[in-house]
Design a protein around this ligand. Structure first.
Ligand SMILES: NC(=O)C1=CN([C@@H]2O[C@H](COP(=O)(O)OP(=O)(O)OC[C@H]3O[C@@H](n4cnc5c(N)ncnc54)[C@H](O)[C@@H]3O)[C@@H](O)[C@H]2O)C=CC1
Ligand SMILES: C[N+](C)(C)CC(=O)CC(=O)[O-]
Length: 499
């Protein structure tokens, strides 16, 4: 086990329900093979269905490059799932005796170096690891549903868990796009579920007392606090509620409310009558919409929220910052983006058409082409040594002219690629021609021709291209010397007339 470098090719999964299958999807989408063991007869169908949903969600979440997928394999036995596994994630039902029994068997079958993580929502790791031969490699990795979209994972070690295990597993989870919250002090329910349970308990009490229905309770969250929780949580939000004086004033004003009776509610008895009432109100609330359809709605909303948060501030905010960091780490890994092939082909952008890029005509709307071509230009500039650091140091290239042609249609979810030909360059100018195609296809869907001028951004005027960048441009042009000049290069916008 070695910190950041831990990239298990093969991950064993024990238990393939809602959570196990969700983990399998996240592993596969990150390029790891997931070998899943679950004795239930529908485990394959469920895992494949969840992978399909996850794949669709990721294509929308990250229209940029994704790592090449790993394989989803279904094992017939526990031994088969663990064979050659470099990491194991246990997602059995929340029954301590069952978990202890199966974890003991997993521990006996695996070499001591393989970390074992449990998805338990609240069982104490010290108790789960007690009977293991190698308790130091056991840790809780508690995810949130849907595992393939929500970044949070709580890591909680037991008394015998080694720091190395916690760090190794945390680094692995980060590498697959998750936000790790270390639970420093072992406690039932860890951190997040204690908060969720407090709200859930109050909700059950309000239903029992006839104060509100399941639908009203959900409205109480989703039209108000739920929106702000998704990026600020409770404490930052309440800091703002305290005005300029912040949390101290908030506590002075609302702290005394802790003594009022409504802050001390207890959990209601989960009687058959209460269960019936909650279940039937929930059925009525769902209004016949299936669980599958609700999951689709949930995924669509989560993708859009996380993508929106990714655009807040310079680096994205909350889950949006996690997404941006993940995309940056994976940039260029999956595809040949930014690379020059032996024949001089420069792949400058690769990604997937996002649903919010589609217009009323049912295909990718025009300004998104300019966005993609603009990002392709940025990638070309990075290749020639004029990327972000270069701009931060005071120089840049500005686009002064663009000619876009729309030749075909890009549709929702389509993987698309941009290739760039450097047509010309001189002491101050760079002349680019981009061609956008469906990935793996040669037929252009759109092209863009741009003239860029090198500038001294501090002085606010054009400037000579420095030697290092000019040399990189010359090398690229030499590599592309055998490429045919695109037939549309230099074309103006004209309306052809019949003779
Ligand atoms: N459902 C949720 O929202 C969350 C659940 N968790 C935790 O994840 C774990 C799994 O929960 P879910 O996936 O919701 O439960 P689930 O009931 O959907 O799945 C459990 C799966 O384990 C399988 N299983 C039973 N005995 C087995 C055995 N001996 N070997 C292999 N597989 C076996 C079952 O066939 C079932 O498919 C629990 O510890 C739970 O607390 C964590 C986060 C969220
Ligand atoms: C209900 N639950 C305790 C299993 C929930 C979780 O553990 C996390 C989640 O996804 O809400």
């Amino acid at each position: 086990m070695t910190g950041e470098a831990f990239t298990p090719k093969r991950c064993g999964l024990v238990g393939g329900g809602v959570i196990g299958a969700g983990w399998a999807a996240r592993f596969v989408l990150n390029g790891h093979d997931a070998v899943l063991y679950d004795p239930s007869s529908d485990s394959r169908a469920r895992a494949e269905a969840i992978l399909t949903m996850a794949r669709a969600a990721w294509a929308r979440l990250m229209p940029g490059a994704l790592p090449p997928e790993g394989r989803l394999l279904i094992a017939a036995t526990l031994d088969e799932a663990l064979d050659d596994a470099a990491f194991v994630q246990e997602s059995l039902p929340e029954i301590e005796t069952l978990k202890c029994d199966v974890l003991g068997r997993i521990d006996a079958l695996l070499p001591a170096s393989v970390p074992i993580a449990s998805s338990t929502s609240g069982l104490l790791p010290t108790r789960l690891q007690a009977g293991l031969r190698h308790p130091e490699r056991f840790v809780v990795g508690h995810p949130f549903n849907p595992v393939y979209l929500l970044p949070l994972v709580e890591i909680c070690g037991g008394a015998q868990t080694s720091d190395e295990t916690k760090e190794t597993v945390a680094a692995f989870y980060r590498a697959i796009g998750m936000q790790v919250l270390h639970v420093r002090k072992e406690v039932d329910g860890f951190i997040a579920d204690r908060l969720l349970e407090a709200l859930w308990r109050e909700g059950l009490w309000l239903i029992e007392e006839g104060v509100a229905t399941t639908a009203e309770l959900d409205d109480a969250i989703r039209y108000g606090a739920g929106l702000r929780w998704s990026f600020m949580g409770t404490f930052l939000t309440y800091r703002l509620a305290g005005g300029d004086a912040g949390m101290r004033h908030f506590l002075a004003q609302f702290g005394p409310a802790l003594k009022l009776p409504w802050t001390k509610l207890v959990a209601p008895e989960l009687t058959d009558a209460l269960i019936d009432r909650v279940a039937s109100q929930s059925d009525e609330q769902a209004g016949g919409v299936t669980v599958r359809a609700l999951e689709g709605l949930r995924d669509e909303a989560l993708v859009k929220i996380i993508r929106a948060l990714a655009t807040v501030g310079p680096e994205g905010y909350a889950a949006g910052a996690t997404l941006n960091a993940f995309i940056a780490r994976n940039a260029g890994k999956a595809t040949d983006e930014g690379t020059v092939a032996a024949d001089g082909t420069l792949t400058s952008w690769h990604g997937t058409v996002s649903p919010d890029w589609i217009d009323y005509n049912g295909h990718m709307t025009e300004h998104r082409y300019l966005q993609v071509f603009g990002e392709a230009t940025d990638n070309v500039l990075a290749v020639i040594g004029a990327g972000r650091d270069y701009v931060a140091a005071g120089h840049s290239f500005y686009t002064v002219e663009t000619h876009l042609r729309h030749l075909g249609q890009a549709h929702d979810g389509m993987a698309i690629t941009v290739r760039t030909h450097i047509l010309d360059a001189d002491a101050k100018r760079l002349h680019l021609f981009h061609t956008l195609t469906k990935a793996g296809d040669d037929a252009p869907l759109a092209t863009a021709e741009h003239m860029l001028v090198h500038v001294d951004a501090v002085q606010g005027r054009s400037a000579l291209i420095p030697e290092s960048v000019a040399t990189a441009i010359a090398a690229l042009r030499a590599a592309q010397s055998a490429l045919p000049i695109p037939e549309a290069a230099g074309r103006a916008v004209v309306m052809p007339r019949r003779p």
